[in-house]
Design a protein around this ligand. Sequence first.
Ligand code: PEP
Ligand code: MG
Length: 571
Amino acid sequence: MTTETTATSSATEPPLVGTPVVPGLAYGPALLARTEVSPAAVEAYAARAADLGEEEALAAYEEAAGAVAAGFTARAEKTTGHAAEVMTASAGLASDRGLRNAVRKTLRSGENLPDALAAAVEQFVGLFTQAGGLMAERVTDLRDIEKRILARLVGEPEPGAPSPSEPSVLLAEDLSPADTAGLDPALVVALVTEKGGPTSHTAIIARQLGIPCVVGTEGAMSLAAGTPLLVDGTSGAVTADPDADEARARVAADAEQREALASWEGPGRLSDGLRIKLLANVADGESAAKAATGPVEGVGLFRTELCFLNRAEEPTVEEQADIYSRVLDAFAGDGEQYVVVRTLDAGSDKPVAYATLPGEENPALGVRGLRLAKGNPGLMTRQLDGIAAAAERTGTPTWVMAPMVATVAEAEEFAAAVHERGLKAGVMVEVPSAALLAHRMLEVVDFLSIGTNDLTQYAMAADRMASDLAHLTDPWQPAVLQLIAITAEAGIQAGKPVGVCGEAAADPLLACALVGMGITSLSMAPAAVRAVGARLASVSATDCEEAAEAALAASDPAAGRAAVLQVLEGR
Ligand code: PEP
Ligand code: MG
């Protein structure tokens, strides 16, 4: 479609443009997620609650908190996996005795119930923030619980995603796990948020549900409820009041294309035959077994630390070997498939009790990943022994890589330890220094794997968890692409594989540009593989090279996406 057609037959207002994270087109009325309890209702309730005695107020709190916890439990029962775990944890937090006791204490000092609730939550927010890591991430859940309890007290529906009566586009400032668990993709056809980046919770859930999603869309919450919206999860455009017939026709054509994806069976190759390995990111034996049923050629990233997030003590070598064997077993077949095991990436956003150093001022720049091995070398060698035992037991080709590598000396020492055990050794490229010295890294390792989530965070100096920095935490940033291109070129020169295993690999459009730079494998959430594979099958090596040039030359992510679309589709 030409720009001219869009301008004449579609909306009069220019579209809002955010960061596209799940491709696809959807059309439907805007449905606004409520985020606040009405202040007037809270004020009226506070006046009424002033007359309540301590025991009556506490009973009212317990009833409201109990109802919120029951709601979470009911939602947990309707869902599975990570979403169910999050719901169950939130139910526990809503009915937590410590929180209740903090409310009681403040009531005793003469505060009314809404203020007592606010003070108790604030106290817990402080504790969670101080603990850092995953506990700090639960602050969002805590604030969500506070609003829900308050809504129950004042007699309003709990904030969050309302249940639509017709297929709708859900707009929100940001979505909490509680809002997204149990969303029905038949009724919520797209997600658009004002905050959040490509690795945000909203993006992950949308990818799982397979619905188009655009995050970091400034102005989305100013759209009126019910406004017809066309959401383009490939370009990031959110168009209000488009021509209805044209929008429906485009969505129908897109749905047909997406259906065709389901029949894409792999292996990954371009239209002119160039093979690109498509691999899965997994967290444990269960997710590996599930991934093995899809069209992947192995695992490009096994995040081992995710097996140990709830462990107080380091597992023995034997226990580790059992855990890793379950993942390797899923790909123990023809010897063609392989598994890339990443050693413990403990620290920062993934604290592991027995490994992470407590009380770091700035854990993302602290003793994280491979850096832990310096002060605790046994941690690394025991893990390598466990991996080597699992590789021997299963016979699966096993590659091992270290996270958070910054120097060639670190890479060399790590590679020696892995080679001693007869396995292939590599390092992740997540720190700009590793990208800049990729050619020297490749003199000492067998392969590189680019972690674009962290590479973007460190290149742009933008916290990957910060929902206000979505415009910076975007792997389409030309500076990030430049670092990837340097790394890929080093791989070509050395004749060694260089893959991408961050979220960038799951973006079908970006995948073409990455391949054009010389990337040899892409590893991603299994749900994203068919869309990436089908897109790669539709383009040639020359198309990919042109896409890479266009993306690298663009001034910003939106211009990069538009330029690559222009190269690949002429639109
Ligand atoms: C990355 O940083 O891109 C990566 C794959 O590692 P993680 O997301 O686990 O930090
Ligand atoms: Mg990383």
